[in-house]
Design a protein around this ligand. Structure first.
Ligand code: 5AD
Ligand code: SF4
Length: 471
C-alpha cells in the first residue's frame, strides 16, 4: 500500500494520555426505582451503555423494558447520520408527553449527539424538560449529575481529549460474549465522518491493561471477546511504547480464550503481520469487517480514505488467500457528493469482485463541520435511493450464496440464547459470525457446540445440534 498523502493525513503528535479510573459512586437513594435505556448507533455506544447501566445500578436503579413504568430514561445517542438525530428528537416528543403525566420522570441524553456543536444548545433552548445532558468524554459524571438534580437542566459536555478509562465496571449484556475497548476515538478524519469530532483523537489503552481485562473475562467464563475501536488496526500508534495491533492480537490470543474478534478495521492500517497472526491462532475468528465505503478511486480520494480501488481488492485477496474460510463484510456509502453513475458502477464492480459475505449500506448524510458537508451536491435523493436499492439487491444475493455454501457442513457455534423463531430453538454464531437458529440445544446456551447446517437464508442459517453416538 502506498504511503499516505501527507497533505490529507493529519500528522499526529504523541499526546499525553490521562488515565482515569471509573468513578464508582454508590448510593441507595434510588432503591426501588427503575431505569429505561435506549441505545442508538454503533457497538461503541452499546458498550458505553453497559457502563451507564452500572452507574445507574450503583445508585439503586434497576432496569425496566417498559417505558411507561420507568422513573428515569437514558438515550445514548448517535450522530453518524441525520436519521439517527431524527429518531432521537422523535423519541423526545414522546418523552415530553410522558413527563407531563409523570412530573418526577428523569430524562438524560448522552452519547455522540451532545458532542456536536449545536445539539447541546438545541436541547437547552427547545427541550427544557430534559434533565441531564452528558457527552462521550464524561459518561462517568452521570452518577454525580443524577445525585445533584435540582429541577434545573444540567449540561456537562467536554471536548477534552486524551482520556482513557481503566478498571471499568460494566453490567454486560451477555454472560458469554464481551466487548473489550482497546482504544478510544479516531485519527483518520475521513471527510464525511463525524466520529473524530464526537469521540476525539485516537487514544489506545496499554496492552497490559487490556490483557488484564481479557484474563478476568476468561476467568468469569466468557467464551468470546470483541476487541473494540473505531479503527483497531491503528492500535498503539499514539502510544510511547512500540505496540501495534498484531502484537496486541497475538498477546490476547495467547490467553487461550475460546474466541476473539475485532471491529472495525481500516484497510490502510491492515498489515501483513496482522494477517499472519490471524492465520496462526485458531481462537482468532476468521471474520473481518473491512469497510470499503466506495469502489471509485476518485470518490475514495475525496473521502480521504487513503487507498485506491485496486489496493482494496489486493488486500482483500491477500486476506482470502491466507485465512481459509474467512468471512469478509463491509460498509458502503452511496451518494457521496457528486458521485457519478460511473463511480457507482465501480462500487458495484468491487462488490461483484469481492462478493462480500454481508454489508452495511448507507446513503451519504452530510454532517455539519465535516469537510465533505461543504461540497455542493447535485445528485437528487431519488438517484441515491435507487443506487442503494440496487446495491442491496446484489449484496443480499451474495450473502445468500455464501450462506448456502454452509448447508450440509458442521460448524462450531457459540449458543447465545433463546431464538425468536420458536420455543425449542436457540440462536448462536459460527466462527465466521453467521447467525444460526438451532433446534434442540436449549440446555447448551453459553456453550460452543457442533451444529449441522440444514438450510440457509440471506441473513441466517438453520441447523441442528450434532449428536454423536458412541459405539
Ligand atoms: N453518511 C453516511 N454514512 C456514514 N458512515 C459514516 N459517516 C457517514 C455519513 N456521513 C458510515 C460508514 C462507516 C459506518 C459506521 O457508517 O460506512 O463505516
Ligand atoms: Fe469515521 Fe471510521 Fe473514517 Fe474514523 S476510520 S473517520 S470512524 S469512517
Amino acid at each position: 500500500m502506498n504511503l499516505p498523502d501527507l497533505n490529507q493525513a493529519k500528522i499526529r503528535t504523541k499526546q499525553k494520555i490521562e488515565v482515569r479510573n471509573a468513578t464508582n459512586i454508590k448510593s441507595d437513594l434510588f432503591v426501588g426505582k427503575k431505569y429505561f435505556i435506549r441505545t442508538y448507533g454503533c457497538q461503541m455506544n452499546v458498550h458505553d451503555s453497559e457502563e451507564i447501566k452500572r452507574i445507574l445500578e450503583n445508585l439503586g436503579f434497576r432496569e425496566t423494558l417498559e417505558l411507561e413504568n420507568t422513573d428515569l430514561v437514558v438515550l445514548n445517542t448517535c450522530a453518524i447520520r441525520e436519521n439517527a438525530h431524527d429518531k432521537v428528537f422523535g423519541f423526545l416528543g414522546r418523552l415530553k408527553h410522558l413527563k407531563k403525566e409523570k412530573k418526577e420522570l428523569i430524562i438524560c441524553i448522552g452519547g455522540c449527539m451532545p458532542q456536536e456543536e449545536n445539539v447541546a444548545n438545541i436541547l437547552k433552548d427547545k427541550y427544557p424538560f430534559v434533565d441531564i445532558v452528558f457527552g462521550t468524554h464524561n459518561i462517568d459524571d452521570l452518577g454525580k449529575m443524577i445525585l445533584n438534580l435540582n429541577h434545573q437542566q444540567q449540561i456537562e459536555v467536554y471536548s477534552i481529549e486524551g482520556r482513557v478509562y481503566e478498571n471499568m465496571d460494566y453490567i454486560r449484556d451477555s454472560k458469554y460474549t464481551a466487548w473489550v475497548n482497546i482504544m478510544y476515538g479516531c485519527d483518520k478524519f475521513c471527510t464525511y465522518c463525524i466520529v473524530p469530532y464526537t469521540r476525539g483523537r485516537q487514544r489506545s489503552r496499554k496492552i497490559e491493561n487490556i490483557l488484564k481485562e481479557v484474563n478476568t473475562l476468561k476467568e468469569q467464563g466468557y467464551k468470546e471477546i470483541t476487541l473494540l475501536g473505531q479503527n483497531v488496526n491503528a492500535y498503539g500508534k499514539d502510544l510511547e511504547e512500540n505496540y501495534d495491533f498484531a502484537t496486541l492480537l497475538e498477546t490476547v490470543a495467547k490467553t487461550k480464550i475460546d474466541r476473539i474478534r475485532f471491529v472495525t478495521s481500516h484497510p490502510w492500517d491492515f498489515t501483513d503481520e496482522m494477517i499472519n497472526v490471524i492465520e496462526k491462532y485458531q481462537n482468532i475468528m476468521p471474520y473481518i469487517h473491512l469497510p470499503l465505503q466506495s469502489g471509485s478511486t476518485r470518490i475514495l480520494k475525496l473521502m480521504g480514505r487513503r487507498y485506491t480501488k485496486e489496493e482494496y481488492i489486493q488486500l482483500y485477496y491477500k486476506i482470502k488467500a491466507k485465512i481459509p474460510g474467512v468471512s469478509i463484510t463491509t460498509d458502503i456509502i452511496v451518494g457521496f457528493p457528486n458521485e457519478t453513475e460511473e463511480d457507482f458502477k465501480e462500487t458495484l464492480e468491487v462488490v461483484n469482485e469481492c462478493k462480500f459475505d454481508g454489508a452495511f449500506t448507507f446513503i451519504y448524510s452530510p454532517r455539519e463541520g465535516t469537510p465533505a458537508s461543504k461540497i455542493k451536491d447535485t445528485i437528487p435523493i431519488e438517484v441515491k435511493e435507487n443506487r442503494l436499492h440496487k446495491l442491496n439487491e446484489i449484496i443480499n444475493s451474495y450473502s445468500l450464496a455464501h450462506n448456502q455454501e454452509y448447508i450440509g457442513k458442521t460448524e462450531d457455534v457459540l449458543v447465545l440464547g433463546q431464538s425468536e423463531k420458536g420455543k425449542d430453538k436457540v440462536y448462536g454464531y459460527t466462527k465466521t459470525m453467521k447467525l444460526v437458529n438451532i433446534d434442540g440445544a436449549v440446555k447448551d446456551i453459553g456453550k460452543i457446540i457442533l451444529v449441522r447446517i440444514t438450510d440457509a437464508k440471506s441473513f441466517s442459517l438453520d441447523g441442528q445440534k450434532e449428536i454423536f453416538v458412541q459405539n
